[in-house]
Write a protein that binds this ligand. Structure first.
Ligand code: APR
Length: 236
């Protein structure tokens, strides 16, 4: 079979919205209920760790209600694309949920971290985590208390895996942006980088136009536009 150009898919909160996880900046979104400065910065964690732990404990508990929160047709279509496309497909997600992997995506980069992992501020160990975390929780690796933090990227911190991501952006033939408002850098700048290289077709699949400079766009719910676009790509 003839190999086809690599596809890079960037996803954001919109891909998980129909699975029951709130987006950040839509009406009723997370940042209307909480302030970023209270729960999503290193300074917030230093100032009020209990509040930050409670915010992530709540989200972690909800994510593990696996009957209520399930991958949707958009996650499933992206997993299908990875398995059926005769070339590399990489999903780079800004989401900290686990719905892409539950749908079957394997070549997946969590650039903003993962809700179901914690990191130790003392020994650096990163571990899978399913329980609540408090300041009394001891690190399983080094046994120190008051040292675990969510393994997520807060505002003011560097996203994970940027070198790998940049190499994939520079090498791709398709760049799909799914369910992201394009407000948060560096992810918001990926489309411009891909266009500067000039070898990929850029497509936005989102509920509404984000304002980014894409070659093509299909607007609507992710569960409709993503499976339809994947079908077209696989038929082409
Ligand atoms: N289908 C498709 N798109 C949707 C849907 C849906 N069902 N629902 C919402 N959207 C779109 C919205 O129109 C919006 O453009 O998804 C986008 C969600 O944007 P944000 O809430 O800003 O989420 P995101 O872009 O992922 O945020 C980036 O910001 O707060 C940080 O770290 C957090 O990773 C997050 C980053």
């Amino acid at each position: 079979m003839v190999q086809k150009a690599p596809i890079v898919v960037l996803t954001g909160a919109g891909v998980s919205q129909e699975s029951g996880i709130s987006t950040f900046r839509d009406a009723g979104g997370v940042w209307q209920k909480y302030s970023i400065e209270d729960v999503a910065t290193p300074e917030a964690f230093a100032r009020q760790p209990d509040t930050v732990h409670a915010f992530y404990n709540d989200r972690r508990r909800k994510l593990q209600d696996t009957g209520a929160i399930r991958p949707n047709a958009a996650h499933e279509a992206l997993a299908r694309l990875e398995h059926e496309w005769p070339g590399e497909v990489t999903v780079i997600t800004q989401n900290i949920d686990n719905l892409h992997e539950r749908a079957g995506s394997q070549n997946l980069i969590h650039m903003h971290g993962e809700l179901l992992k914690v990191r130790c501020n003392t020994c650096g160990a990163v571990q899978p985590w399913h329980e609540d975390v408090t300041r009394r929780t001891a690190c399983p690796a080094c046994a120190n208390p008051d040292t675990l933090r969510p393994h997520v990227v807060w505002f003011g911190e560097m996203p994970f895996h940027l070198d790998t991501i940049m190499a994939k952006l520079d090498d791709c033939g398709w760049f799909l942006s799914v369910g992201t408002s394009g407000n948060v850098y560096p992810a918001a700048g990926f489309v411009d980088r891909v266009r500067a290289v000039g070898q990929a077709r850029t497509v936005e699949l989102n509920y509404e136009a984000s304002g980014g400079a894409f070659d093509d766009a299909r607007h609507g719910p992710a569960t409709e536009v993503v499976p339809a676009f994947v079908e077209d790509l696989l038929k082409a």
